[in-house]
Design a protein around this ligand. Structure first.
Ligand code: SAH
Length: 214
C-alpha cells in the first residue's frame, strides 16, 4: 500500500470506526502526509494506531486522539486558533487546513525549527510559530476562537489560556484529575464563566511548568 492508501485505511479503521464523524477533519487527515512529520526511519509506522517518538523525549500524538481533539473543537473554518505544544507540527498542519489562522507555540527550539520547515514545505502559510512557554499563551494575538494543548497540565488549565479565549471559544486540554488523565473542554460563556466538560481518558507528555520550564 502507498501512503495515500495507508491514510485512507487509518481514517476508516482508527478514526471513523471509533465514532469521529466530522467530515472536514476526516478529509484533512486523509490528505495530510503524517509520515513527513516523523523520523524517516519511522515513516513506515506513521499511519499505525499509536503515538511515535519525535526526539527530546516527546511524541507525535496517536492519529485517533488528534482526530478526536480536532472534532471536539467544533471548527467551521473561520477560526483563529492557538496551539500549545506543536512538537512535530503534524497537528499544526491539520489545523492550518481547517481554520483561518494558526498561532503555534513550542518550548523546544530543536522541535520547532524542523516543524516550521516542514510546514513551509507543505505551504501552510497561515501559521505563525513562537518558541516560548505556552503556559502564557499568546496575549498579543488574543482572543482565540479555539485553543488546543497537546501536553498534560496538573488539575487546572493555565489561567492565561482561559483568559485568552473569545466568548463561545473552546479550550481543549488534558488535565490530571483525581481519577487520572482526561481530556477536558472549557467553553467560554457570554457571562464570562466557563462550561467544563470531561471528555476522554488520554495520555500525553507533561506540559512543562512555568517555573521549571525555561
Ligand atoms: N501535537 C504534537 C504533540 C507533541 S508532544 C505532535 O503531534 O507532534 C507535546 C509538545 O509540547 C512537546 O513538543 C513539548 O516540547 C511541548 N511542550 C511541553 N510543555 C510546553 C510548554 N510549557 N510550552 C510550549 N510547549 C510545551
Amino acid at each position: 500500500m502507498n501512503y495515500a492508501q495507508l491514510r485512507k485505511k487509518m481514517v476508516e479503521d482508527q478514526i471513523r470506526a471509533r465514532g469521529v464523524s466530522d467530515v472536514r477533519v476526516l478529509e484533512v487527515m486523509r490528505q495530510t502526509p503524517r509520515h513527513l512529520f516523523v523520523d524517516p526511519g519511522l515513516a513506515h509506522q506513521a499511519y499505525g494506531d499509536s503515538p511515535l517518538p519525535i526526539g527530546d523525549g516527546q511524541t507525535i500524538s496517536q492519529p485517533y486522539i488528534v482526530a478526536y481533539m480536532l472534532a471536539a473543537l467544533e471548527l467551521d473554518g473561520s477560526e483563529k486558533v492557538l496551539e500549545i505544544g506543536m512538537g512535530s507540527g503534524y497537528l499544526t498542519a491539520l489545523l492550518s487546513r481547517l481554520v483561518e489562522r494558526v498561532y503555534a507555540v513550542e518550548r523546544l527550539r530543536s522541535l520547532a525549527i524542523p516543524a516550521r520547515k516542514m510546514l513551509d514545505q507543505l505551504e501552510c502559510s497561515n501559521v505563525l510559530v513562537k518558541i516560548f512557554d505556552g503556559n502564557y499563551g499568546w496575549p498579543e494575538a488574543a482572543p482565540f476562537d479555539a485553543i488546543i494543548v497537546s501536553a498534560v497540565a496538573p488539575a487546572a488549565p493555565p489561567p492565561p489560556l482561559l483568559e485568552q479565549l473569545a466568548v463561545g471559544g473552546r479550550l481543549l486540554i488534558p488535565l490530571l484529575d483525581e481519577q487520572g488523565e482526561y481530556l477536558y473542554r472549557f467553553t467560554r460563556q457570554p457571562e464570562g464563566d466557563f462550561r467544563r466538560e470531561r471528555l476522554l481518558a488520554c495520555s500525553f507528555v507533561k506540559l512543562v511548568g512555568r517555573r521549571g520550564g525555561r
